[in-house]
Ligand binder design. Structure first.
Ligand SMILES: *Cc1c(COP(=O)(O)O)cnc(C)c1O
Length: 357
């Protein structure tokens, strides 16, 4: 699968780009190009091109605007310590993208096309990869239904695209740890729903909970299961893990309502490699309170591509505040283990790095 490359006639001047890369705010600055590829039910995928980033023209009847067939991925390109640009587990993003596509009745994209598209796109935009601690070029592959048709059935036409945004660290460094708002009013995902698909609709449904959380002075929402409002699931865009006083770790099991994070999977593997006992098992909010009170639960952290690993300081459940100890040695150790693999300074035992020529 190859992509036609049509470099923009108006690239951002070097000095302007360098200024933009000084302190990029997440998701506000974009690179010069985008990748697009079209799908029709009759012709399949065609017309892959990397060209100047520009507004998209879509019909007002495009199915995505009415019935929300849209999925996306989030991944990063960054500099290895040896000065090579790299991607972290892009095949895992490609595979997850297709699982999301299947759930949303959208066409799958050959995994090679996804990975090759990302590589060619990043190769063209390499000057936009910021350097510095935790900085990266955030890549956003996405796909949506373009067919102009208001009938309710899976659309027959789609656009796949990739855009990119240089990013510094997601959460301000030196911050004390996340304050999580336990959502009792809203749920993110229900059994049989779309919780394990990375679709825009899951985010749309969670935004109100995020607003409530912000008003309560919290950083993020912690969602509980839909059936019993008892089991901890995940945050709006990050998975969650717990560390106990015996050194073991727990994370909620994937089971249809939790997004299968690649960071989650990587951290579980690294913890197991390090001999840590890791359990993927249900953990209730009531048990969490009892374990904090008993001094058994000693650390908790959120994980995802954008923020990598962020320790959690406080859970806010109604008028109860549950605070965790300030020291986070296991979280810090796991985070740096993952970051050394990202940077190419630790042995890449699982073949997670893809270097870009
Ligand atoms: C993307 C996402 C995650 C994290 O997945 P990563 O692959 O680790 O970035 C977790 N939860 C939700 C809801 C997500 O959308």
């Amino acid at each position: 699968m190859s992509f036609r490359i049509e470099p923009t006639a108006h690239p951002t001047p070097d000095a302007d780009r360098k200024a933009l890369l000084e302190a990029p705010a997440f998701g506000r600055v974009f690179t010069d190009h985008m990748l697009t590829m079209r799908y029709t039910a009759d012709a399949g995928w065609s017309d892959g091109v990397i060209a100047a980033r520009a507004p998209l023209a879509i019909d007002p009847a495009a199915a995505v605007l009415h019935y929300a067939q849209e999925i996306f991925e989030g991944m990063k390109a960054y500099w290895l310590a040896d000065g090579t640009p790299a991607l972290f587990r892009p095949e895992a993003n490609a595979a997850r993208f297709n699982r999301s596509a299947v759930r949303m009745a959208m066409p799958e994209l050959p995994e090679e096309a996804f990975v090759e598209g990302i590589k060619q796109f990043v190769a063209l935009e390499r000057d936009w990869i910021p350097s510095g601690d935790g900085a990266s070029l955030y890549l956003r592959p996405f796909m949506f239904a373009t067919e102009a048709f208001l009938g309710v059935r899976p659309a027959r036409e789609y656009l796949f695209a990739i855009i990119a945004s240089p990013a510094g660290s997601y959460f301000k460094s030196g911050s004390a740890g996340l304050r999580l708002f336990v959502s009792r009013e809203h749920v993110r995902a229900a059994p049989g729903g779309t919780g394990e698909a990375k679709c825009g609709g899951n985010y749309a449904g969670g935004l109100i909970a995020q607003s409530v959380a912000s008003q309560a002075g919290c950083d993020q929402v912690l969602f509980l299961d839909a059936r019993e409002q008892r089991w901890i699931e995940e945050l709006g865009g990050m998975n969650i893990m717990f560390v106990f006083d015996d050194g073991s770790m727990v994370t909620p099991p994937l089971g249809g309502t939790i997004l299968p994070g690649i960071t989650r999977d990587s951290l579980l593997q690294l913890a197991r490699d390090a001999g840590v006992t890791v359990r993927e098992e249900p953990y209730s909010i009531e048990q969490l309170k009892a374990d904090v009170a008993a001094g058994r639960l000693v650390e908790a952290f959120a994980c995802g591509t954008a923020a990598v690993v962020s320790s959690i300081a406080t859970f806010v459940d109604g008028d109860q505040e549950i605070g965790l100890p300030a020291a986070t040695p296991v979280t810090t150790r796991l985070k740096s283990a993952l970051q050394s693999i990202y940077a190419g300074t630790a042995e890449d035992r699982h073949g997670w790095l893809t270097r870009i020529a």
